[in-house]
Design a protein around this ligand. Structure first.
Ligand code: GDP
Ligand code: MG
Length: 220
């Protein structure tokens, strides 16, 4: 619960990025509301949740933005070979959000780069932190981290604090990404790194607190 009379010293915008279905929305639900859902729906539209906490006697409002569906478009643009993943209909033409259309007959994807760029820029604008989330049971979602990082570095402030998150560590027997691989990538790219489980609540609070504390350290 929050104290509504409390004065806010800082507002930190943090964005969640990564492939679809890695658990971004559930990490946010766990951190902001201590909730988790196994059949979470893909979110439509951009949304954020806030949580107010105290760091070093200062009141910090964390504003966490969830990619809410546009990662699917990024999927299309970055990985045309798997865009079937996002097609919900058997019709020959399928409309996606942000004015992007897939043509089944010619297997072509026609996006609207200008609109896409506008949405992307708005998403990253003002962000002081980013969480790059992969699913540790899906190797591809980890391999795509380099592309997500590239997009982030292309749009965000250069001083943004970035944390790599390997989510779903409760599924240990299905692990497809060794901790050392992720550690090595994080070290090379100068990222914080943590393995989490939104389901079991493992390291979720710690991950958010770590990134927010680091942002505070840099800004104050
Ligand atoms: P998003 O597309 O990245 O926002 O992914 P979601 O948060 O919607 O999660 C996708 C699916 O993974 C849902 O079925 C979640 O219940 C599940 N999921 C999310 N986090 C975890 C986790 O830590 N462990 C397990 N086992 N499943 C998770
Ligand atoms: Mg989501």
């Amino acid at each position: 619960g929050g104290d509504f009379n409390q004065k806010i010293d800082y507002v930190f915008k943090v964005v969640l990025i990564g492939d679809s279905a890695v658990g971004k929305s559930q990490l946010l639900a766990r951190f902001s509301r201590n909730q988790f859902s196994l059949d979470s729906k893909a979110t439509i539209g951009v949304e954020f949740q806030t949580k107010t906490l105290v760091i070093d006697n200062k009141t910090v409002k964390a504003q966490i933005w969830d990619t809410a569906g546009q990662e699917r478009l990024d999927f299309y643009l970055l990985l045309p070979e798997i865009y079937n993943y996002c097609v919900f209909s058997h019709q020959s033409t399928v409309s996606c959000s942000f004015h992007a259309v897939w043509y089944a007959e010619t297997d072509q994807f026609i996006g609207s780069p200008i609109r896409y760029r506008a949405v992307t820029s708005a998403y990253y604008r003002g962000a002081v932190g980013a969480m790059l989330v992969y699913d540790m049971t899906k190797r591809q979602s980890f391999d795509n981290m380099a592309r997500w990082l590239e997009e982030l570095r292309g749009h965000a402030d250069k001083n943004i604090v970035v944390m790599l998150i390997g989510n779903k560590c409760d599924l240990g027997s299905l692990r497809a990404v060794p901790t050392e691989d992720a550690q090595e990538f994080a070290q090379r790219e100068n990222l914080f790194f943590m393995e989490t489980s939104a389901l079991e609540s493992t390291n979720v609070e710690t991950a958010f607190l770590t990134i927010l504390t680091e942002i505070y350290r840099i800004i104050s």
